[in-house]
Design a protein around this ligand. Sequence first.
Ligand code: SF4
Length: 508
Amino acid sequence: MIIMHNSIFIKTYGCPNNQAESEIMSGLLSKNGYDIITESLDNKSKSDSARNRMTNCKSAIAKVDIIIINTCVVKSQTENKIIDEIISIVKEYPGKKLIIAGCMPEIRKKIIKKKKKKASMISTHHIDKIVDVVNKITKSSSGDLARVKITDLRNKSAIGKTIERVVLTGKASNCKLLHPRIRTNDIVHITPISSGCSSACAYCATKLAKGELQSYNPEVIVNEIKNGLKQGCKEFWLTAQDCGCYGMDIMTKSSSRDLAIGKITDLRNKSAIDINTNLPTLINRIASLEGTFFLRIGMMNPMHLRKFYPELIKAYSNDKVFKFLHLPVQSGSDKLLQSMNRGYTNSEFIEIINAFKKAYPMIHIWTDVIAGLPGETEDDFQKTIGLLKKTAPEFTNVSRFTARPGTAAAEMEQIPNRIINERSSVLSELTRRITIKKNKQWIGWSGKAIIEEHNQKKNSYLARNYAYKPIVITKPHKDLVNGKRLELGQIINVKIIDTEKILFGKIL
Ligand code: SF4
């Protein structure tokens, strides 16, 4: 057999969770002998070592044998970009093998097939099978099977042959932990703690792709963190579609066999044992591990958090937990929260924010709002403005509503695009002003921060303080502190000296 080293380009769209899944696919493929080239939409903010692995998208595609696009379905705008990208690959490189991964294959199979008939698909539920998929569609130039024999014995007639197209979709309960990784940032380990969620927000296409909540075994999560620590990681981002519902499906019973393999799904199993976990319990367990590291807690739907936030505030008291809270409110109107099935009210959102602010006055709060949800009146929109002014989050991610196929919101009466765009611009301008105002409060602050990224071109560093505030250090004493080069993950003493949309600091 001729041994070929096929090269694969992986492009990632979407959230940190998708980034983690690309890192896992890269790790698995690399371990099996494939050369991996990755690309990020924003490579300005990545570490040097990561940037070295990244390259211009077009030139990378020209060089490789296989292209994997890891997709996202949250916004129509992103999906349209992905479709354009598929069209351009098909036009420029008709002979290249294309694999569409992530959420799109789960709910947008037809459109992918329409754009590239021979595209393989592997949905978010099956990323651990990426090596099988690549093996199956790979053939060496001399006609021999490339590198590795087909391993999927379910299809006996496939052994020894290459296949033009593999489609692996449908819900599955696979734990996405304890896999090899090629990380985007060498010190950041993105740690999925569950898949799916327990909500049913009317506008959400992610739910259609990811399905019901499947919390991962806390033992396995802790082992994943220990592995990351051994490999030199300093930041662990706990991520999920909704971190707030972590553990709700395993609060009562699960089987000891599932425990061993990290899957906890079958609550009907009679030989079940108690796990009794939730997000604060998980944080406490992880934060009790030895070593210098930090935890960034991902997005939480206020729906669940309102029930246990005092416990979470306590868990945040550990110095290893960044004082950072991502709580997507989506609208200032209770009427819209109800029609979107969000499961909380604005006063509950404010109650949670105020409680965290009381415990941690400089806590860094992110939220998300959607402009132009179906049925949003001028009065509803003004309520969102009022809520943002009142709670003043440090950062607000403003999205323009777009109806996602298959969701309940797509069937509701839509707001004209012109109004959605106008409202989105007003919200963006407001949140920009709030960010600048809040940043001013940090001027003069000094304390410890961890170096997270290095921009070699600009010779600047990005550090994060205890509240996960990004601090840009532009004149790092010619790269030297106490005679030593700065390294990613290094803790430095820094003073914040200036601000705009971002904080600027100097090393003390
Ligand atoms: S919590 Fe709501 S918005 Fe988030 S993934 Fe679940 S259904 Fe979608």
